[in-house]
Design a protein around this ligand. Structure first.
Ligand code: PLP
Length: 381
């Protein structure tokens, strides 16, 4: 069978630059790479309680059987969405099949033709894809740079064509490949000054910030200032799915117009039960364990004088910028050989020259392992 030449070329290019991706099953090394920040993906308690919840409700169904707008809107959806809305102090919560679906679904249908989206240059690929599907004018602003955002806003408002347009500003409360956070209070001030709408992706903040892991927006008590929040369950909640938190009108609009919500089979009852049970496992004790490890990691980085290479972060993601594909890969490989699961993040996922090691911290990482991996890193770089 022939294979299209252009595709062949692209694969060859990746191989030549040593950035060809492939799928691997990792061995049982010490976890510094997964998004399972609280260990809930491996929690027997979540597993058993989910099973029990389904038995108690006599739900013996394997699949949703259709779109939520046809046959797939299982009773557990309403229970889960009510619980989620209450937990996040939001009028409404709408479940999507994944964070990718939620972002693509939101950005492809909410901003209208002629509207403007201003997005942080490091925004997640799922948001970019959604923006690409929209009919908007869209511009990036420099990462976490409020001054640059303001300049963009002034210039956008000055254009006569956009005088009546809505403006959407998009950021993440924890950037997935950097671990840092924006100045949300500052963003809200700017958003209000320019009569815009702020949308925050909280994928990596759920289970990390807030007394019960409610996310950064809620920790800062800004729920009422944000137009929509995107929460995902594949990270700290250790399962699958996502929610868009919004007001009643936006909830109704999404059900009517968001194509990644409408034209797909709903989540299975088992997936919904897992989300519900995982939420019940968010408590201050487990959040505190994670916070202790984050603080310990940071103090070890300082002790070993590694701070110059690390991006400032208070989240569970800490990145040491190594620079250079070969070098970053070689250090990662050495740490892997020494028993740690850690991944190099290479261009094009991050800009060229900013290749890095991404340390994901967990409530279950031991202090000894944190010290060992950082001492080895100090030695290797
Ligand atoms: C910031 C951010 N948003 C959205 C997503 C997508 O979420 P999901 O994995 O549930 O599709 C991710 C996952 O990589 C992410 O990091």
């Amino acid at each position: 069978m022939n294979f299209p030449k252009k595709l062949e070329q692209k694969l060859i290019q990746r191989a030549t630059s040593n950035t060809l991706r492939s799928l691997k099953s990792d061995t049982n090394r010490i976890d510094f790479y997964s998004n399972d920040y609280l260990g809930l993906a491996q929690s027997e308690s979540v597993f058993d309680q989910t099973h029990q919840l389904l038995l108690d409700k006599n739900i013996k169904i394997n699949g949703a059987t259709g779109s939520r707008l046809i046959s797939g809107n299982h009773q557990l959806y309403q229970e889960a969405e009510n619980y989620i809305a209450q937990f996040h102090n939001s009028p409404k919560a709408l479940l999507f099949n994944s964070g990718y679906d939620a972002n693509v679904g939101f950005f492809s249908c909410v901003p209208q033709r002629g509207d403007v989206i201003l997005y942080d240059e490091y925004i997640h690929a799922s948001i970019r894809d959604g923006i690409q599907l929209s009919n908007t004018k869209n511009y990036k602003f420099k990462h976490n740079d409020l001054d640059h955002l303001e300049k963009q806003l002034v210039s956008v408002r000055a254009q006569s064509r956009t005088k009546d347009s809505e403006i959407y500003i998009v950021t993440e409360s924890v950037f997935s490949m950097d671990g840092d956070t924006p100045n949300l209070n500052g963003l809200i001030t700017v958003t209000k000054q320019h009569n815009a709408y702020l949308v925050v992706d909280e994928a990596h903040a759920l289970g990390v910030f807030g007394e019960k892991g409610e996310g950064l927006v809620q920790q800062l008590q800004l729920e009422n200032e944000v137009f929509a929040r995107i929460i995902t369950y594949g990270k700290a909640l250790g399962c699958h799915g996502a929610t868009i938190l919004s007001n009643e009108k936006l909830y109704s609009y999404l059900i009517n117009f968001s194509r990644s919500f409408i034209y797909t089979t709903g989540l299975s009852p088992h997936a919904l039960a897992t989300i519900q049970v995982a939420y019940l496992h968010l408590n201050s004790e487990i959040i505190q364990q994670l916070e202790d490890n984050i603080n310990f990691f940071k103090s070890e980085v300082r002790r070993l004088q590694l701070n110059h290479s690390f991006i400032e972060s208070n989240s569970a993601i800490h990145c040491s910028v190594i620079s250079g594909i070969e070098k970053t890969k070689a250090i990662a490989l050495k740490l892997q050989e020494n028993g740690f699961n850690i991944k190099p993040i290479l261009s094009p996922t991050v800009p060229e020259g900013q290749e890095r090691l991404r340390f994901c911290l967990h409530s279950f990482n031991s202090k000894k392992h944190i010290t060992t991996i950082l001492e080895q890193l100090a030695h290797l770089i």
